[in-house]
Design a protein around this ligand. Structure first.
Ligand code: COA
Length: 133
């Protein structure tokens, strides 16, 4: 386990504590719970870029580097890495903070997901230009 620092120049899209109900039969945190947090974090970031409704179209990659344990506080940092006509690709890096009296920070997961902006008929919608923000 390598202890790292949290990214200094940005805020996490979400921060949440891992609870006992989120465990797998082995006692660590269920990977599906972490994937759900990643989808939420990436979805918020895609929605902000699209200025409206988005859906997940693909999980391009997902790597679990270290386990997450009950009581860990996980932070999901999400960045837009690519945009197309209607699609937005987001990279998410997940860090776990544990042992508050002698804090350890571990990068636990990394993922890349693609979202599509939708119109009111749930059809792909052209992304707004960044320079109109
Ligand atoms: C997202 C959805 C509207 C796309 O419809 P579609 O007819 O495939 O749309 P298109 O072929 O025009 O593709 C739209 C964009 O998505 C991208 N895309 C489609 N499939 C993709 C894939 N597997 N991986 C990455 N990008 C993909 C296309 O490249 C295109 O990007 P661009 O406009 O930036 O060039 C449709 O597939 C859908 O509704 N899926 C269900 C989404 C959902 O419910 N997600 C939650 C899962 S529980």
């Amino acid at each position: 386990m390598t202890t790292v620092e949290l990214p200094k120049d940005k805020l996490p899209a979400i921060k949440i504590a891992a609870m006992p109900k989120d465990t797998n039969p082995g006692g660590s945190i269920f990977g599906g719970w972490i994937m759900s947090q990643i989808d939420i974090a990436a979805g918020i970031t895609a929605l902000e870029r699209a200025k409206g409704r988005v859906v997940t179209v693909a999980v391009n990659s997902m790597e679990f580097h270290e386990p997450v344990f009950v009581g860990d506080v996980i932070s999901c940092y999400a960045d837009v890495v690519k945009t197309g006509n209607t699609s937005i690709t987001i990279k998410v890096e997940v860090y776990a903070e544990r042992n508050p009296s002698n804090k350890e920070i571990v990068k636990v997961t990394q993922a890349e997901l693609t979202f599509v902006a939708l119109d009111e008929n749930r059809k792909p919608r052209q992304l707004p230009n960044l320079d109109t923000e």
